[in-house]
Design a protein around this ligand. Sequence first.
Ligand code: MEV
Length: 320
Amino acid sequence: PGNGSASSHGKTILIGEHAVVYGAPALVLPVLDARVVATVSPVGAGADEAAGTTVGHTLESTVHTGPLDLAPAAVMPTVTAVTATLRHFGVTDRHFHVRVDSEVPTARGMGSSAAVAAAVTAAVADALGETLDAETHHDLIQECERVAHGRPSGLDARGVVAAVPVWFEGGRIEPVALGARFTFVVADTGIPGHTRQAVAAVRERHDQDPAAVDGVIDRIGELARQARGTLEAGDAQGLGVTMDAAHDLLSALDVSSADLDRLVDAARAADALGAKLTGGGRGGCVLALAADDDHADRIAAALRGAGAAATWTTTIGARA
Ligand code: MEV
């Protein structure tokens, strides 16, 4: 058996967080520059067994380094990534040393767990001399995501392997054709997102005043449709307008925070074409749209000046 490697990347939600929970469509954006690389190499040759070493999978990552069978809960999805992929190929007698190098921060709504699952499953397949077709790969990532999150929508699993924005509606996905090149800046508040609490708070609001919340959700769904049209038409100005409007609606649902608002304001002060929180909110990241690469550098600098812990610039679509 040989070595294997594979990579994936982070994701953010362009438009549609929270509303997607109520069936509205969402646009998911790959963050190609926040990469996860998994490399696996076989272990457990006869020599180890003769030396009395326990033979099993081992992991090397910032979260955990050591035997996978003694791994903390945070690493259980990675255990699943290895074992589910081996099971898929009917392999029972191989053990691997798995190394994960991730630039995707955890608990920021950037799809860290799905990205690690995507890279590790593909790397194990690669080491077996196999490849995973897209739907098998998706199913394996979702199996890991269920260990990580309980009931994942599948949005993250799609975003972390996509090269273009993905339209997500009613469980179905479609890649979005881009009419131009778009450059986004993602900025991390440095504060973990509180998606679960934010989703529960929106639910409570919905219980108290269903008509008002349904109205906001419908408007976010409408913005997602508009945003898709602007991507296809290559209309960056128009896309920025939908992003600003989405941030206002998410604020109306009370899922923003002072830190998110400060970064959104900083991006707008640097003339971002649009800016919004992305993901569950109450921490996590903001997403800003730049006119070009130089502008993205200026926005990123402004965001770091306003306290962002990290920024990523991601460009999608053909070079103009
Ligand atoms: C979190 O990244 C996105 C939410 O819409 C929750 C979900 O879709 O499960 C807030």
